[in-house]
Design a protein around this ligand. Structure first.
Ligand code: C2E
Ligand code: MG
Ligand code: MG
Ligand code: MG
Length: 280
């Protein structure tokens, strides 16, 4: 009958869906292997203050698939979240980022720089997360004061008290927090003031057309104003042009990240940015 046929069409005999399921399973198997072999690595994108000086970097995970080449984290992070692989992947990211961060303690040019690390909601909610961060800092020798965790609004969807407790526990150690992709989620403004945040990150979807789309301009300005009211640093991500930066600066934005300043790059390529800093 019609109902059963419909279900079959969707569930078993749709070749396109079948192909998607197969491709997904293959990607998952490959990702599982890459994580097990420790093949994921990090690129770093610089962050800058209003004067243009580099203040730190954001670590962004990269995966070079043997056949597909570089796969975007936008494609494999959601998969890693669904399958639970994010726990091991996230741990590896934290260890790599903190290892580089620890090396920055040695010199005066780098010991003030911050390292922002993206943490997925599932990872943050894991009962061992706080201990994992504390252990990783201790084992790598990185300073908690230079570590900034980027959380997203999706984290705030449930058990906010628990989230706040964990953030406060990490804050006690000196770890900072930035709320990534701000404005795209559904965080309640009443939560915002209760979270021990240091920074709001204006999502790049608002920055992209900030000069041409009045709605995006209003949203960007509102986030900057909100940050000022709450005493939070506001950083704009996805800044590609000087015009975008100037607009945001006129409205009080204090920090910037985007192709205008630099693309995500291997750690070795950060040196010139640090040299610039050293000679300022
Ligand atoms: P995100 O944390 O919001 O990172 C910003 C993304 O924007 C990065 O994409 C970055 O390469 C890109 N971007 C930076 N500047 C510009 C610009 O000027 N223009 C444009 N068009 N794009 C710019 P990427 O590296 O592909 O990462 C995508 C997302 O994947 C990240 O968004 C983050 O949500 C997630 N991700 C990346 N690394 C990790 C990680 O280690 N752990 C977790 N949980 N998620 C990660
Ligand atoms: Mg981020
Ligand atoms: Mg973002
Ligand atoms: Mg994003």
């Amino acid at each position: 009958q019609a109902k059963g046929a419909g279900r079959n069409t969707l569930g078993f005999f749709d070749p396109q869906l079948q192909a998607e399921v197969t491709a997904r399973a293959a990607l998952e198997a490959d990702l599982r292997l890459a994580v097990a072999l420790g093949e994921l690595f990090l690129h770093y994108q610089t962050q800058h203050n209003a004067q243009g000086r580099m203040t730190g970097v954001e670590a962004l995970v990269r995966w070079r698939h043997p056949q597909r080449g570089l796969v975007s984290p936008a494609a494999f992070i959601p998969l890693a979240e669904e399958t639970g692989l994010i726990l091991e992947l996230g741990h590896q990211v934290l260890v790599q980022a903190c290892t580089l961060l620890a090396s920055w303690r040695a010199s005066a040019e780098t010991q003030h720089l911050t390292m922002a690390v993206n943490v997925s909601s599932r990872q943050f909610k894991h009962p061992d997360f706080v201990q994992q961060v504390v252990d990783t800092l201790a084992q790598t020798g990185a300073s908690p004061l230079q570590l900034k965790l980027e959380l997203t609004e999706s984290l705030l969807a449930d058990d906010i008290e628990q989230i706040i407790r964990k953030m406060e526990a990490l804050q006690t150690h000196g770890v900072g927090f930035s709320l990534d992709d701000f404005g795209t989620g559904y965080s309640s403004l009443s939560y915002l003031k209760r979270l021990p945040l240091d920074q709001l990150k204006i999502d790049q979807s608002f920055v992209r057309d900030v000069l041409t789309d009045p709605n995006d301009a209003v949203i960007a300005r509102t986030i900057i104003g909100l940050g000022q009211s709450l005493g939070l640093n506001v950083i704009a991500e996805g800044v590609e042009t000087a015009q975008q930066r100037d607009f945001l600066a006129r409205h009080g934005c204090q920090a910037y990240q985007g192709y205008l300043f630099g693309r995500p790059m291997p750690a070795e390529q950060l040196a010139p940015f640090m040299d610039t800093l050293a000679t300022v």
